[in-house]
Design a protein around this ligand. Structure first.
Ligand code: PGA
Length: 249
């Protein structure tokens, strides 16, 4: 049985005070929730947010692929673990598009994170032109395979997949529950091919892209949708709380 999960990706929002306040509110609303709740604040507020969280896991939005060295401005997986992170997001479409991160780099980041003991949310998802060309499954499954190169079945137990169609992120345009289910089922089948049925059944696949209180329950009600990765709607405790509650079903 997969436990549902709802992760907040605050992206480059909040200041120190609002980040801590929101973390406290999220802790209160997550108390007793069926879903596992994870908060991913901006890097500089990790320690503050950690101090304000209780019963909620801390995650980072990015990580470098090397353990240490002359990499100005970068942060290693061990450093994230050291300040209390148990999760990190890799492969987010904003990083793929704006920083040119490719599957090879994403795979190195993912393995570096696993080696440091972190759990990973691996984001995959097609762009609108790829969906329109009928290539949505092919693109998302190729990103899945690329991200999971050299990752064993044991290690895969610490990976969650986030299906985030690029055309739905921050646009207000959400995938329909049917579109999400179809893609999640395809990703789960790809996990079964790559590993085995046990890994496929045990791996949580989150949906991301304009998840809101009004659409969360229907999305999360799909058999292969195990929760959500939430951007905009995670910046207010009330809307995020409603989304967390929707994952209880
Ligand atoms: P959104 O972002 O909920 O604002 O669409 C989701 C994400 O980028 O993870």
């Amino acid at each position: 049985m997969r436990r549902s999960m709802v992760a907040a990706n605050w992206k480059m929002h909040c200041d120190r005070a609002t980040a801590s306040a929101l973390a406290s509110e999220v802790s209160a609303l997550a108390r007793g929730a069926a879903a596992e709740v994870v908060v991913c604040p901006p890097l500089v507020y990790l320690a503050d947010v950690r101090g304000a969280l209780s019963g909620v896991a801390l995650g980072a939005q990015n990580v470098h692929d090397q353990p240490k060295g002359a990499f100005t401005g970068e942060v290693s997986a061990a450093m994230l673990a050291d300040v209390g992170c148990s999760w990190v997001i890799v492969g987010h479409s904003e990083r793929r598009a704006q920083w040119g991160e490719d599957d090879a780099l994403i795979n190195r980041k993912l393995r570096a994170a696993l080696e440091a003991g972190l759990q990973v949310m691996l984001c995959v998802g097609e762009r609108l032109e790829e969906r329109d060309a009928g290539r949505a499954r092919e693109v998302a499954c190729a990103q899945l395979a690329g991200g999971l190169q050299l990752v064993s079945a044991d290690q895969a137990a610490r990976v969650v997949i986030a299906y985030e169609p690029v055309w739905a992120i921050g646009t207000g345009r959400t995938a329909t529950p049917e579109q999400a289910q179809e893609m999640h089922a395809a990703l789960r089948a790809a996990l079964a091919d790559r590993y085995d049925a046990g890994v496929a059944e045990g791996t949580r696949i989150l949906y991301g892209g304009s998840v809101k209180p009004g659409n969360a329950a229907e999305l999360f009600g799909q058999p292969d949708v195990d929760g959500g990765l939430v951007g905009g709607a995670s910046l207010q405790a009330e809307s995020f709380g409603q989304i967390v509650a929707a994952a209880a079903h």
